[in-house]
Design a protein around this ligand. Structure first.
Ligand SMILES: NC(=O)c1ccc[n+]([C@@H]2O[C@H](COP(=O)([O-])OP(=O)(O)OC[C@H]3O[C@@H](n4cnc5c(N)ncnc54)[C@H](OP(=O)(O)O)[C@@H]3O)[C@@H](O)[C@H]2O)c1
Length: 353
């Protein structure tokens, strides 16, 4: 019995020894695999690090330095905006209202212009409630119909004299239009031109002598992508915005010596009431929120881009997605193709009506 047990124990010890050895062998081969894998991973990382050193560092470091420099510059310029007198037209809604918030929160002294006094008062109260910590003056409300060109000078001059100067004029007020060339009354063409082009020119001419006397000033014209390319069923609107572009380009060249800056802003669709307030060919209010407008940029985003461009004193900016930007290039480089696409588009839109 004892010998049998002893036999069992010896066999058991033998098995355990074999098992231990195989485990040891397995562990050695496992650790070899792990080491090999680690070496491979290390080699992979070495390649990544080498590529980063070769291409990444020369790009990343200057980019970071430029970005940091840009942020510091913007901070410095932004602080220079404090107490600047800024007149914003079309401030009762949409983009103008967003611009009022952006410039007021930068410490500017704001003059709000549009026709609806009660809406301007709402914007004024909103500005003071929302940005209570901002050190500036209460906004001035200036209710005006900008198409009443002969009566502008008196009212605008009075508003300028409240602070005794005008640093920035943002010509933003405007109306849109929907209609076919053939069915549109000339009165409508004139009205759109008066609202979008002549009123901006007239207001700028009232403000310019003050700026020249101060030896500084900045006029911003809110145009549109349609100031660069014309699309079907927008003839009056696109024409008025194209005219703006030409006027600003000329004024910029002529007044550069007087330290007057001009910026033309060309936004794509912005989510505002523009299409609701648009005129039709018969002069009626269109009253439809277009899908394109509804899905457009947030006015706040566009207003911030405009503030940036003012700080950088850019001459022209385009705030639009890729395809409208391509269309502008196409219109310049391959006009025939652009005209062909517009012809197709006109046919399609007329068919879908
Ligand atoms: N929304 C877009 O998709 C888009 C795209 C590109 C460019 N834009 C341009 O952005 C500018 C602002 O338009 P928005 O999109 O903000 O549209 P909006 O909400 O309809 O604003 C238009 C503003 O212009 C004012 N206005 C119109 N006619 C006026 C007049 N005769 N006198 C004084 N003020 C007048 C309106 O105020 P009252 O009614 O109180 O007068 C309103 O505050 C326009 O120049 C437009 O062409 C818009």
């Amino acid at each position: 019995m004892i010998t049998v047990r002893l036999k069992h124990i010896i066999v058991l010890i033998h098995i355990t020894t074999i098992f231990d050895r195989s485990l040891e062998n397995n562990q050695i081969s496992d650790s070899k695999v792990i080491m090999k894998r680690q070496e491979e991973t290390l080699a992979g990382w070495n390649i990544v690090w080498w590529l980063f050193k070769l291409f990444g560092l020369p790009i990343t470091i200057p980019w970071l330095v430029y970005h940091f420099y840009d942020i510091m510059q913007q901070k410095r310029r932004r602080s220079a905006l404090s107490k600047k007198v800024v007149m914003i037209t079309g401030a009762s809604s949409g983009l103008g209202e967003a611009l009022a918030h952006v410039f007021y929160s930068s410490g500017c002294r704001i003059i709000l212009v549009s026709r609806r006094k009660e809406e301007l008062e709402r914007v004024k109260n909103d500005l003071m409630d929302t940005h209570q910590t901002v050190l500036t003056y209460p906004p001035i409300v200036l209710p005006l119909d900008l198409t009443d060109i002969n009566n502008l000078k008196n009212e605008v001059s009075k508003a300028i004299m409240i602070h005794g100067r005008i640093d920035i004029l943002i010509n933003n007020a405007g109306i849109s239009y929907r209609g076919e060339v053939i069915d549109t009354n000339v009165d409508v063409d004139i009205k759109v031109m008066l609202s979008n082009y002549f009123s901006q020119v007239a207001l700028s001419k009232i403000v310019l002598p003050y700026m020249i006397q101060q030896q500084s000033g900045h006029i911003i014209g809110i145009s549109s992508i349609q100031g660069r390319i014309a699309i079907p069923f927008r003839s009056a609107y696109a024409a008025s915005k194209h005219a703006l572009q030409a006027w600003y380009d000329t004024a910029r060249a002529e007044l550069a010596d007087k330290n007057i800056k001009f910026t033309v802003v060309n936004p794509g669709y912005v989510k505002t009431s523009l299409s609701l307030n648009a005129l039709t060919g018969t002069g009626q209010v269109y009253g439809v929120m277009d899908k394109t407008t509804e899905n457009g940029y947030e006015p706040k985003y566009v207003a911030k881009c405009i503030l940036k461009s003012v700080l950088k004193q850019e001459k022209e900016i385009i705030i639009a997605p890729f395809s409208p930007k391509c269309a502008i290039i196409l219109r310049t480089l391959l006009p025939s193709l652009f005209f062909w696409i517009m012809q197709k588009r006109a046919k399609k839109l007329a068919h879908n009506k």
